[in-house]
Design a protein around this ligand. Structure first.
Ligand code: PLP
Length: 286
């Protein structure tokens, strides 16, 4: 078999696997050559132009990083801040959308630095109302906690290969909905990064209307093979079984820790991230 054709088959399988994992029918679905940070930068660089306003929810380190990424490319990063472990009500988010009129709102679904899984329902609808794109980081939560890209009106979603997907690090699935594609393919300026430019990446992944895929960069081939396998395992397991499994294991760990006399950092069970458990530091310890 011709190697280039073989590569295309693997990439097509990855695309289908990511569509299942994200629960999306988005054509613009692919995997970045790089870790979760690559997907983070790809999302911001492609849909935001210098001078535009971006709203970033910060309740741990990932929002802080996205705000910095947006600032570095010349966007205006407005922030909505809670102490780590806190979460935002839909009313708080709506007020900030109305005030800042951002082109993009960023929220972390699984805030690994605090062990919090953020509620998502209703936020995508509000973003539509304010003509803003909804970007969600699911690096630490995808496959471990329920997330439904299309149903929850998420415009851009990314994850990493090395968390609940259980593949080696180095590839990062990402998907863009129609509204995001419209914004990123009708820009006045070119994205600051050549490597992360979705005009090139969409062709590389066979997602544009051109008949041929043209060389853009050298993909992490072994990483792609492993990612394809991990997505196949997730599809065979089934998302609901995967969510249930992570939850059962987490509950077992939470009980064990509480039996030892430790307190969990996230008090509300429904807000605990099943894939990352955080413990409140006991009195008297630094
Ligand atoms: C929520 C979240 N976002 C983004 C990242 C960054 O991913 P990577 O380390 O693969 O670049 C991580 C890594 O731990 C994470 O937990």
């Amino acid at each position: 078999m011709h190697t280039e054709m073989f590569g295309a088959y693997i990439m097509d399988d990855i695309k289908k696997g990511v569509q299942y994992a994200f629960q999306t029918s988005n054509n613009m679905t692919l995997a970045m050559s790089g870790s979760g940070h690559t997907a983070m930068e790809c999302a911001v660089f492609n849909v935001v132009e210098p001078g535009e306003s971006v709203l970033v929810a910060i309740n741990g380190i990932w929002g802080e990083r996205v705000a910095e990424i947006a600032e570095r490319m010349g966007a205006k990063a407005q922030t909505l801040v809670k102490t780590p472990g806190g979460h935002f009500t839909n009313e708080e988010i709506e007020q900030a959308l109305a005030k800042h009129k951002p082109v993009l709102f960023f929220l972390t679904h699984g805030e690994s630095s605090a062990g919090l899984v953020h509620p998502i329902d209703g936020i995508g609808d509000m973003c539509r109302k304010y003509n803003c794109l909804f970007l969600v980081d699911s690096v630490a939560s995808l496959g471990a906690a329920p997330l439904l890209m299309d149903q929850q009106n998420i415009d851009i979603l990314y994850t990493g290969s090395q968390k609940a997907l259980n593949a080696p690090p180095g590839t990062a699935p990402i998907s863009f909905g129609e509204r995001a594609c419209h914004k990123m393919f009708n820009r006045k300026t070119k994205p600051v990064s050549y490597l992360l430019d979705m005009t090139h990446l969409s062709n590389y992944w066979g997602n544009d209307s051109k008949p041929d895929r043209i060389y853009h960069h050298t993909g992490p081939v072994s990483g792609f093979f492993a990612l394809r396998e991990s997505l196949a395992i997730l599809a065979e397991t089934g998302l609901e079984n995967s969510w249930r499994h992570h939850n059962e294991v987490a509950e077992y760990l939470w009980k064990g820790l509480e039996d030892l006399g430790l307190n969990l950092f996230i008090k509300d069970r429904d807000l605990r991230l099943p894939s990352v458990t955080t413990i409140a530091i006991p009195e008297g310890y630094n």
